[in-house]
Design a protein around this ligand. Sequence first.
Ligand code: ADE
Ligand code: ZN
Length: 326
Amino acid sequence: DRLPGVLRLMPKAELHLHIEGTLEPELIFKLAQRNQVQLPYASVEALRAAYDFKDLQSFLDIYYAGASVLLHEQDFFDMAWAYLEKAAADNVVHAEIFFDPQTHTARGVPMETVIKGLHHACQRAHQEFGLSAKLILCFLRHLSEEDAFATLEAALPFRHYFIGVGLDSSELGHPPAKFERVFAKCRELGLHVVAHAGEEGPPEYIRDALDLLKAERIDHGVQAVRDADLMKRLADERVPLTVCPLSNIKLCVFPTLAQHNLKSLLDAGLCVTVNSDDPAYFGGYVNDNYVQLFAALGLEGRHAYQLAFNSFEASFADAAQKKAWE
Ligand code: ADE
Ligand code: ZN
């Protein structure tokens, strides 16, 4: 079977990747030692053994704890560089990378430290690999609207280091409506806007992300299948969904990969893409997501072409760049 090789070799864009979710246990321990941060785990093995999640929240608790070792610009650079080396090896030629500044500013790390460390890694990836890497600032939805506005304010001196904003963290109980005003402000500033919706939350959250936040893409969105009218709208408007198959299994959104609904979404004409979300926690980078999904669902070569094509179509790369990828 030549398909896994094709999947690994084909050029692709990655559009749903949390940089804090690329911190491998080994790097967490290395940074903890370097920065004299105490971890509640005795070893790399003990930490990895704790990666047994029952839902989104049980993952987020460990994910935020892991990020506590990041203090200096070099730490953010090292984390992003480790990811970008793996992405280049997976033939990712364009990456739009989420970061969660509130996870760091709440611990006293300056916004500038976070953004500059990540930005320098993106710059170097472009120089060394020809990989265009862009940053998307995510607001943590379990925190307040006021906190999101303060975060935006703190990031404005670095406006040119990120291309857009997103919305992540605990979905249930934190509907898009909570961030309607801050997203309106971001759009006024010319930022792209995306939002996690319909990972665990209802189809209504996807609709509200479109209508209230004017999200240009929906991150996850897999719960859309529960609403036929919404499915038709997503297909008609070609709203991209950034789907993360291995994430959905680890967080128990679907019981097994064979039961994942990505093929139904594709067959319904939606602009579906494949992404890795938090690969250090979910057992695989983007190529692992493609290869395991294709095996589980019996997808074929034409699906590979469609998914790679969709990843470029759904990206925020400029028209000239998109033309060059055709
Ligand atoms: N932050 C990191 N990964 C996330 C996910 N899958 N859903 C919501 N917030 C996240
Ligand atoms: Zn995510």
